[in-house]
Design a protein around this ligand. Structure first.
Ligand code: C5P
Length: 223
């Protein structure tokens, strides 16, 4: 079959990553985690002493780090200047600062170009997950999915990933998530948004397996 390009967008904690990786693996497609690229950019800024709240400084520095994404869904990787950044990009510090960095237009231009070149090179097709893939990065994608879930479900999934399920941790996770989504949805350049032609899937009452099956079926209908 011809290469199929699938865009999966939505806020955090909706199961985007788990779904995207599984769908790509099941269908033999490449996989790109665009959030990891913004996280890697943020990690590099922090490591190099750039004040991430200074948009001009971030814009100037953005061209310096070399990001390379590995697109095997069974083993996705990201390196920054040749160093594996897969661990450091998941820290609380990076998570709390990434929205400031990803809102800077110069950062988005660079990262978007990178994403388009990776998608174009994926001969068998690719699943690309993020916030603006269907709207901005790959507006001609063969299939666009927009995943949603209630704030409670999203916080519960995220804190399950992070710490376990104590009530204080859950409340803090929920607040941080809502704040990050508000920043990502409210920014001027390429905000988190559902494309007009995206299929919306509310995952609140669905198991991961059900979401995966739903998306696989939609992809197969396009092939
Ligand atoms: O998906 P993840 O939570 O790893 O994304 C981290 C951050 O990267 C998001 O909160 C958002 O600020 C940014 N991002 C973005 N556009 C994308 C993917 C992620 O702005 N396509």
């Amino acid at each position: 079959p011809a290469a199929v390009v699938v865009a999966i967008d939505g806020p955090s904690g909706t199961g985007k990553s788990s779904t995207s990786k599984a769908v790509a693996a099941q269908l033999g497609l490449s996989y790109l985690d665009t959030g990891a690229q913004y996280r890697a950019m943020t990690w590099w800024m922090i490591t190099n002493g750039i004040d991430v709240t200074d948009a001009a400084a971030v814009a100037t520095a953005a061209a310096k780090p070399v990001l390379v994404s590995g697109t095997d869904p069974a083993h996705p990787t990201i390196t920054v200047d040749g160093a594996d950044a897969s661990g450091p990009i998941r820290t609380q510090e990076v998570t709390s600062r990434v929205s400031a960095v990803s809102a800077v237009p110069e950062v988005r231009t660079l990262v978007t170009e990178l994403q388009r070149s990776i998608a174009a090179a994926a001969e068998r097709g690719i699943v690309v997950e993020g916030r603006d893939i269907g709207t901005t990065v790959l507006p001609d994608a063969d299939l666009k999915i927009f995943l949603t879930a209630s704030p409670e479900a999203r916080a519960a999934r995220r804190s399950g990933e992070l710490t376990g399920k104590d009530a204080a941790g859950l409340a803090a996770t929920r607040e941080a998530l809502i704040k990050r989504d508000a920043a990502d949805s409210g920014r001027k350049t390429s905000p988190l948004a559902k494309a007009g032609d995206a299929v919306e899937v509310d995952t609140t009452e669905l198991t991961l397996q059900q979401v995966i099956e739903c998306v696989v079926t939609l992809v197969e209908e396009k092939r």
